[in-house]
Ligand binder design. Structure first.
Ligand code: ATP
Ligand code: MG
Length: 200
């Protein structure tokens, strides 16, 4: 038993040493570009988790959602009720595969991008979330270089989170953190309906 405890202690000490070494190496202070991509669940919810963290510190947040579902989401209800100071704009064409009107979608994407650009030029905003933007680039509704340029030229105090499946190489190249969320299992695929507070 004592031997077991000693083994555990020495393992943890080694682990702590490695973690501390990593922490001491991270000496740079800069704001981030974070890409959350992949087919698994947890991209937008992770972004909203960081919104919550930011708000905890009194940071100013702007959120642009490039694809909006037909139904209101919990985060939308929460923000309008408890954090009306957060700028939240949604492209209101519904899911693109529902709208089936390409010209209208492109117009909506461009208008929505204009709002995103305003945030990316505003030094008062500390965190910008561009939710589901990857689709706008993949469908070529927006110009990738224009988006990259705006992100790279944002104010130094600002971090940006981009979400959506199949993030293109241009986005991952400029990101500091890229998470590819893998789809191992999803309740929806076994016939379970989207749940309020979990999926919506
Ligand atoms: P979430 O908003 O739950 O974090 P997400 O942003 O990672 O999901 P999206 O593709 O934007 O993923 O998902 C939109 C909706 O589709 C959400 O209701 C989500 O629960 C659901 N969803 C996400 N991943 C899957 C999947 N692999 N299979 C089926 N439904 C999914
Ligand atoms: Mg999402």
């Amino acid at each position: 038993m004592i031997n077991e405890q000693n083994k555990h202690k020495s393992k943890m000490q080694k682990y702590k040493k490695a973690v501390d070494k990593g922490i001491s190496k991270a000496s740079k202070n800069k704001n981030l570009v974070i890409v959350l991509t992949g087919n698994g669940k947890g991209k937008s919810t992770s972004a909203f988790g960081m919104v919550m963290r930011s708000l905890g510190y009194g940071h100013k947040v702007g959120i642009i959602q490039f694809i909006k579902g037909q139904q209101k989401t919990g985060e939308e209800i929460y923000i309008s009720k408890y954090h009306p100071e957060v700028f939240l704009y949604q492209m209101n064409t519904g899911f693109t595969w529902n709208s089936q009107d390409k010209d209208n979608d492109i117009k909506a994407a461009e208008n929505t991008w204009q709002k995103a650009k305003d945030l990316l030029q505003n030094p008062k905003i500390d965190l910008v979330v561009l939710d589901e933007i990857t689709y706008m680039l993949n469908y070529k509704y927006l110009d990738t270089q224009d988006v990259i340029h705006a992100i790279q030229n944002r104010p130094a105090n600002q971090s940006v989170i981009l979400t959506g499946r199949m993030a293109c190489q241009e986005l991952t190249n400029i990101a500091d953190t890229v998470s590819i969320i893998q789809d191992e299992k999803h309740a929806f695929k076994s016939g379970i309906k989207a749940r309020k507070g979990i999926d919506l």
